[in-house]
Design a protein around this ligand. Sequence first.
Ligand SMILES: NC(=O)c1ccc[n+]([C@@H]2O[C@H](COP(=O)([O-])OP(=O)(O)OC[C@H]3O[C@@H](n4cnc5c(N)ncnc54)[C@H](OP(=O)(O)O)[C@@H]3O)[C@@H](O)[C@H]2O)c1
Length: 278
Amino acid sequence: MSGQGESALRIDSLFSLRGKAALVTGGSGGLGLMMAEGLLRNGVKVFIASRNAQRCAEAEAALAPYGDCIAIAADINDAQQRAALVSRIEEESPQGLAILVNNAGSNWGAPLEDYPDAAFDKLMKTNVSSVFGLTRDLYPALLRAASGEAPARVINIGSMDGLQVPVVQRVPTFAYSASKAALHHLTRTLAVELGPKGITVNAIAPGFFESKMTDYVLDHYQQDIEDDCPLGRIGTPEDIVGILAFLCSRAGAYVNGAVIPLDGGTHLSKGKREWMAE
Ligand SMILES: NC(=O)c1ccc[n+]([C@@H]2O[C@H](COP(=O)([O-])OP(=O)(O)OC[C@H]3O[C@@H](n4cnc5c(N)ncnc54)[C@H](OP(=O)(O)O)[C@@H]3O)[C@@H](O)[C@H]2O)c1
C-alpha cells in the first residue's frame, strides 16, 4: 500500500473501454443490442452482425446516436458469409479487434419424442461450432489488438441452462442446454490456448432477460421464473452491460477461462420454490 499520489491504482480509467473496437454477433436484437449500446456508450467502435439485413439496418440506425456503429448482415453458420464478415472487419478496423462478443444463438423447444435431429444439429452449429469458427477466423485481428497489459477479449454468451437443467421444464430444450454446456467448456479450452497469446476468453451465463428468444416463456412462466430467483426478478440491460464492461476493461484483465453466472443466483436455488411450498 502506498500513500495518495504514489498509488499504482489508475482508478479513473480502470473500467474504461474508450478507443477499442468490438464485434457483437446477434447485435440486432435482445441481449446483443443491449451490449452493443453499452459498448458504444463506453466509447467503443461497434460492429454488429446478424442474418436479417433489415433488422441490422434498423439496429444500426437506432444505435447511431450513441457512437460509431457498423451493421454487417451475415450468417455465422455460412462459411462464405463469415469470411466476408471477417474481411470487412479487417478493412474497417486495421488496428485489430479488441473485443469479440460471441452472442448470436438460437433455441428449440419440443417434447422428447418430437425433438428433430435437424434442430439438434443446427443448435450445436450456431451455439458451439460457429462460435469456434468465428473466433478462429478472427484470431489474427484479435492478436493485432492484443498487448500484455491490455489483452484482447473473447466473451462467449453461454446460459444458466448450461450450468444446470433448465428451470422451465414444460418446454424441454435438450439441444440448447447441451450446446451451452459445450460452449462453457470451449471457453475454458480456448482460454488456456489463447491466454499466452494475449487474448482472454470468458463466458457469461445469463438467466432470463427480455428478448425474442424468451418472449414465450416470459409470457407464460415469468412468475415461476422470478420465484425461482433469489433476487425475485429477471435481468436488466444494466446487468449485462455492467459485467461486459468489467470483463472488457482493465478491471477484468486477469479473468481468464471463467464462466460467470448472471442470474441473480437462480442456478443455486432452482427448485427451492417447490419444496419450500410443502
Ligand atoms: N434472453 C435470455 O434470457 C437469455 C438467457 C441465457 C442466454 N441467452 C443467450 O443470449 C444470446 C442472445 O439471445 P437473445 O435472448 O438476445 O435472443 P434473440 O433476441 O433471439 O437474439 C438472437 C440474435 O442472434 C442472431 N442470430 C441467430 N442466429 C444467427 C446466425 N446463424 N448468424 C448470425 N446471427 C444470428 C439473431 O438475428 P437474426 O435472426 O437476424 O440472425 C438475433 O440478433 C444467445 O446466445 C442466447 O442463447 C439469452
